[in-house]
Design a protein around this ligand. Structure first.
Ligand code: GLY
Length: 220
């Protein structure tokens, strides 16, 4: 949707254009904003919850209807990779919180600090009012100047997410969706993004969709 995520499209296209698998393409694509400290609504640099913890939600789905998700996972730069491993290596679809982190660590992921100084600053600014009003967040962003260098509408920044869908040369569709969720959310809050059927759904015969926006509204 936004200009900065053209880099994500490019990473996915590198794989698709060489005849690669759509699942590999969407995973590689969404890993770009997950690692981008300037993207305040996905992965590293994502705004924390009201307690100052960065918690991430991701899911992935392939053409066979196989899917995996992690919710409220902390300290992991690429939750989409963990979601894929939930799908491929466990008998489950969803792992949450501490259990998701434990699984990631046993799979060799590194524990990292995902709270950047800029996001911490914005959180401290929010703490002054602690208001759950999505419209106060753009004002905080204006104060902390975090909309730079992105030319996107500042009002979109408090709940943006990346959802990516791809079809490969074999006609197979996969999708991935990943976010740090609503800025300064209540601890434990999970939105639509990691929920198969809310943030993402893939049907290889009909098509696929991914959502972004206020997760509570999307789920409803
Ligand atoms: N759509 C992202 C969220 O509300 O968490």
């Amino acid at each position: 949707t936004w200009a900065p995520n053209m880099k994500a499209n490019k990473a996915a296209w590198e794989i698709l254009s060489k005849g690669g698998y759509s699942l590999d393409a969407v995973e590689a694509g969404v890993m770009i904003p997950e690692a981008d400290p300037n993207d305040v609504s996905v992965g590293y640099g994502g705004y924390p919850d009201r307690d100052g913890k960065v918690t991430l939600d991701s899911c992935i789905m392939n053409e066979k209807g196989q899917c995996g998700a992690v919710m409220a996972i902390e300290h992991i730069m690429h939750p989409i990779k963990v979601a894929r491993l939930v799908m491929e290596k466990t008998p489950h679809v969803q792992l949450v919180g501490e259990g998701a982190l434990q699984f990631a660590l046993t799979e060799g992921f590194k524990k990292e600090n995902l709270l950047t100084p800029e996001s911490e600053k914005a959180w401290k600014e929010w703490l002054k009012t602690s208001k759950y009003d999505p419209m106060t967040i753009p004002k905080i962003l204006e104060k902390t100047n975090q909309q730079e260098p992105y030319p996107w509408p500042v009002a979109a920044l408090n709940h943006d997410t990346i959802g990516m869908i791809a079809m490969d040369v074999n006609g197979n569709i996969s999708g991935a969706c990943t976010t740090s969720g609503m800025a300064f959310k209540m601890r434990g809050r999970v939105g639509d993004s990691p929920i198969i059927g809310a943030g993402l759904f893939v049907d290889n015969e009909i098509g696929a969709a991914s959502a972004t926006g206020v997760g509570e509204e999307v789920v409803k």
